[in-house]
Ligand binder design. Sequence first.
Ligand code: NAG
Ligand code: NAG
Ligand code: NAG
Ligand code: NAG
Ligand code: NAG
Ligand code: NAG
Ligand code: NAG
Ligand code: NAG
Ligand code: NAG
Length: 447
Amino acid sequence: MYSLLLWLFLSTIDAIVLTQIHRSAIYNPNSTCAILWNVPLSSPDASIQSCIGQCVHEAQCQTAVYFHDDRVCSMFAENCRSGKVLPSVNIQASVICYRKNPDSNTNCPSTASSTPAVIQITKNWTMARSMAVTRAYHIASVLTDGKVLVAGGSLNIAELYDPTTSNWTTTYNVNIARERSTASILSNGNVLVAGGFNGASLNSAELYNPIIRNWSLTGSMAVGRDYHTASVLTDGKVLVAGGQNGGYLDSTELYDPSTGTWATTRNMTIQRYRHTASMLSNGKVLVIGGYGNGVYQNSAELYDPTAGAWTATGNISAAREYLVSSLLLDGKVLVTGGYGDSRSSNVAELYDPTVGTWTTTGSMIFARYGHTATVLADGKVLVAGGRNDNGFHSCTELYNPTTGNWSILENMHSARSYHTATLLSNRTVLVTGGNNGSIALKSAELY
Ligand SMILES: *[C@@H]1O[C@H](CO)[C@@H](O)[C@H](O)[C@H]1NC(C)=O
Ligand SMILES: *[C@@H]1O[C@H](CO)[C@@H](O)[C@H](O)[C@H]1NC(C)=O
Ligand SMILES: *[C@@H]1O[C@H](CO)[C@@H](O)[C@H](O)[C@H]1NC(C)=O
Ligand SMILES: *[C@@H]1O[C@H](CO)[C@@H](O)[C@H](O)[C@H]1NC(C)=O
Ligand SMILES: *[C@@H]1O[C@H](CO)[C@@H](O)[C@H](O)[C@H]1NC(C)=O
Ligand SMILES: *[C@@H]1O[C@H](CO)[C@@H](O)[C@H](O)[C@H]1NC(C)=O
Ligand SMILES: *[C@@H]1O[C@H](CO)[C@@H](O)[C@H](O)[C@H]1NC(C)=O
Ligand SMILES: *[C@@H]1O[C@H](CO)[C@@H](O)[C@H](O)[C@H]1NC(C)=O
Ligand SMILES: *[C@@H]1O[C@H](CO)[C@@H](O)[C@H](O)[C@H]1NC(C)=O
């Protein structure tokens, strides 16, 4: 009955070792091995990989059986090598066996390729030199000379990563240490760092001048805010929206780089924090989701700089905060993951600015929030880290906008959430810091 038995040799440093897959055999879920539960997988992402992901995220799961016809993933608490999951005569299924490393609290799997039959390891993550200090909820911006400015977290130290030397150097300190601020590259090459949190929400803002490598305070916002968004408009002004300062904010403000001052502009239709904002190619700003007005938000709205007004646009399929948006090369916006309805989300959906509506695309293999999503030079999207309800992720996956599906990549060396991921001019992605579930990190990695 067992038509194939594949042994898979995967990196021993990985927390969970996928030991074998019995493939295309006929299995019976009837087993003396206690079933944990069945998870129906929705198309279009129903796949053996999703089932692997489900099992990996279920602490007790040692064996998963993926029923191809029904798209159901059954999870068992015992290893299939004990023979407790038995072949049957009438069900097409794949059995996935794990050996989990009990010493690890990582919730991610070993690498699996997009083809379930052959598991390949792609070694695409390498350690970079570590930063001078640990950081989470910090900022990273590519300067016009290609260096990456990293600042923020709990300390006032700022540093530069030089991709040509692969080295870090500290630069002058920020005036005020900030977590959860925004960072925007202005048209003159300066970086505007606005708001954030340092025991209280901050209304101050400062500018980094890459020529003199120093910071200076600029005009302050009308209100303190953190977990807000900032978008550079086509006229060079910076739109800051929402956030929180004890209460949730619907207010928005515009920074004028020529005067260094802020002006209050119209409120969003609702309060939002932990939302996301994308600058569209038509010059409008798309703000999505978040939490406000007492609920997780499924709504999205557009800021039109010409009219200075906000208008509602299509809703996303599931209300959530902590989601991430990415402007794809074709002008569509991909939103991934987030947290809502008491759980983390693997949902991914696409906004088409020409029609103002959302469509779901392949779901991520792993539910996550507090992750990063980086559009690579070839248009694919690298999603890295984040966390789910059980722990912090080192797992990464890649979205292919042509097929709308996801493939698992090698894990990062560290689990990290609330980190940064920056595309360097040489097409490499620099990931810095973040929190691994117990501490903030100094370490950095390259994809
Ligand atoms: C379940 O498996 C046991 C053997 O473990 C077998 O005796 C029993 O007939 C099976 N039940 C069904 C409904 O297949
Ligand atoms: C991994 O890196 C190699 C060498 O740079 C590259 O050829 C390959 O396409 C990369 N794989 C992925 C999945 O990015
Ligand atoms: C790109 O820059 C990174 C970081 O300095 C470096 O490690 C990598 O080798 C570079 N890649 C190429 C293709 O030059
Ligand atoms: C990297 O930076 C450190 C300190 O900033 C310096 O001592 C070292 O020489 C640099 N290495 C390279 C290769 O530039
Ligand atoms: C850097 O800027 C700060 C104010 O933001 C100022 O106090 C300090 O003197 C400057 N340092 C240098 C070397 O210019
Ligand atoms: C925005 O909303 C706040 C309450 O959240 C209100 O006090 C303020 O007047 C509004 N501002 C504008 C420009 O509508
Ligand atoms: C969007 O969702 C809100 C609830 O958050 C609902 O009131 C509104 O009718 C929805 N809009 C559309 C176009 O479905
Ligand atoms: C990827 O997308 C293609 C086209 O939509 C689909 O036929 C294929 O089954 C998908 N592959 C996976 C592994 O989901
Ligand atoms: C976080 O990193 C530290 C230092 O490397 C390590 O001791 C700790 O076990 C890690 N925690 C988690 C949850 O991975």
